[in-house]
Design a protein around this ligand. Structure first.
Ligand code: PAF
Length: 283
């Protein structure tokens, strides 16, 4: 696996691969990689001949007081894991390579509506930062396909919308959530939890499962299921930000007895750590 730090060198490498008729897959990450990330590389590998992964802790998607400076940075470990997972090229840029005018001065990409609800409401500006960096990375890598984890369900929708709206000819794949043995969705932020909290956090998955099975019976009003879910989280010692159903295509609030495909989404705090998870379900 090659490690490349500059966009020009990356473009030269990708041009060569494209001339050899290779299909290019891309996995953007912020590093501190775990099995969930490696599964994205494996998916890209199955669909493509040449896989690029980026490791870039993007300053513009962190709000004031969030964990940008303490976000875990483990580049050597990440490079070893990516190599083992079948990645061909690690793109490891510095901030000025992605934001030549500085992160505060660059052109920003906003996804109205979708980027403003749920996570966007709790973390104002977060999805502007995500859409901006993903657009910049798409522009640098110019892949045929990109893989994103569906643990960040809203992020996946925001990226799809941004990509479609800006006309990137890139197929976007949402990869299944990879979970710990107790159901906790894998996330780099799980390492902020101690052992007992990690066990406790398994409740999020259990609550999503009960939300989905209650919805499947089609007889309880959606708002009642949501209230029970929030209460279950509180009883388990978490502080829910939301435990809600939304429509899968655009995260709209469903009608009180809406049938069809929905997604159950939870964001909750445990200690100082904000955890998110989701599950698609059907009435
Ligand atoms: O999901 C992430 O790790 C980040 O939000 C992403 C997509 C790499 C953009 O910085």
């Amino acid at each position: 696996m090659q490690t490349i730090r500059h966009v020009n060198a990356l473009r030269a490498l990708i041009d060569g691969q494209r001339r050899a008729a290779r299909r290019i897959g891309f996995v953007p990450t912020m590093g501190n990689l775990h099995a969930g990330h490696f599964s994205l590389v494996e998916i890209a590998r199955k669909h493509c001949d040449f896989v690029v992964a980026s490791v870039f802790v993007n300053p513009t998607q962190f709000g004031a007081g969030e964990d940008f400076s303490r976000y875990p940075r483990t580049p050597e470990q990440d490079a070893e894991g990516l190599d083992r997972a079948g990645c061909d090229c690690l793109f490891l840029p510095e901030v000025d390579e992605i934001y030549p005018f500085g992160p505060g001065q660059g052109v920003r990409v906003t996804v109205p509506g979708l980027g403003e609800v749920l996570e966007g409401a709790s973390r104002p500006g977060h999805f502007d930062g995500v859409a901006t960096v993903v657009a910049r990375l798409f522009n640098a890598v110019a892949p045929d396909l990109a893989v994103f984890g569906s643990k960040d369900y809203q992020q996946l929708l925001v990226v799809r919308r941004m990509s479609r709206d800006l006309g990137f000819p890139i197929e976007i794949i949402g990869a299944p959530i990879v979970r710990e043995a107790n159901g906790l969705a894998m996330s780099s932020r799980n390492q902020y939890l101690d052992h007992a909290q990690r066990q406790q956090a398994g409740i999020i998955h259990a609550v999503l499962q009960s939300m989905c099975s209650e919805l499947a019976s089609c007889d309880a009003p959606i708002a009642a299921i949501e209230m029970r879910a929030a209460a279950q989280l509180v009883r388990a010692g978490l502080v829910p930000d939301y435990a809600v159903f939304r429509t899968i295509a655009d995260l709209a609030i469903p009608a009180p007895q809406q049938s069809g495909d929905l997604v159950a989404l939870i964001a909750a705090r445990l200690g100082g750590v904000r955890l998110i998870d989701n599950m698609e379900c059907r009435c």
